[in-house]
Every structure is written in structure tokens, then in C-alpha cells.
Design a protein around this ligand. Sequence first.
Ligand code: SF4
Ligand code: SF4
Length: 142
Amino acid sequence: MVPEVAAVHHGKVVRPCGGCTVCCDVLPVEALNKGLHERCPHAVDGVGCSIYGEYFEICKTYRCVWTLGHGSEEDRPDLSGVLVDCRQVRGGERGIYALQVDHEKNIQGTLQRIADDVGAPVQLLDEEMEPRQTSTSPTTKR
Ligand code: SF4
Ligand code: SF4
């Protein structure tokens, strides 16, 4: 794992999710029998998790990179239309990956801000969470 990605992986949460529920809308949760792109029944728009504190381990440990302080306020996933996290994809290294959740939005500014902030490329995922060839490289170093 490159040092920049390791720093994100071990990063601490510095921002509350607020009313965002994007990860609850798209990521699988085995304990809930919830598949990819299925909305959690406990998610409440503009509020968050209705069973906050009594939910599942994966919900307690999952952090998108925005909650770790990367990107601007406008890059919160429900506002920007893209969910960016640090993950290990099948057959690949741990890295910074982005899933576009709102195809009406132009996500390039968010990807660039996060790549610059982290100092590592952000690679796009397809709908099945497989890496695409497209990635955004940092233009600046910290
Ligand atoms: S996508 Fe990020 S900001 Fe939104 S609910 Fe999930 S962890 Fe919180
Ligand atoms: S239980 Fe709560 S935190 Fe977990 S996916 Fe559902 S709404 Fe999100």
C-alpha cells in the first residue's frame, strides 16, 4: 500500500455524515441481506440512520473519504454525486476508488479535489464495483 493510501486507510473521522445516506443507499450489508445498490430500510432522507448506535459492525466501521476530511464541504457524497472510499478491489491493491451515484452531476471537480488532497489517484468503479480504466491523478502534492 502506498503511504498516501495507508494514511487515508488509517485516517480518523473528522466530519459527521449529516443528512447523507449515500453509502446506505448503495453498498451491500450482509447482515441486512441488502445487496449492492439496494437502499437500507433504516435510512431516512436528510436525517441518516434511524437505528443509529444499534446498527451493524460494518455500518460502524465504514467511512467514506469525505468523513475523513478529504475534499470540500460540497464534496459530501449526496451533494457531489460520487462516493469515494479506500478499498481493496478484487485482485487489486488497496486504493482510493469512486462510485458515481448521480449521473446528472459532473463529478470531476470532486475527484480532482480529493486526488489532490490525498496525494494519490482516484480510480472510477463501474456499477458492479469493478475498477474502470479512468482515474484522476493528483495535480499537487501536500
Ligand atoms: S457516504 Fe460518507 S458521508 Fe455519506 S453517509 Fe456514508 S459515510 Fe457518511
Ligand atoms: S443500518 Fe443504518 S448505517 Fe447501516 S446501512 Fe442501514 S441506514 Fe445505513
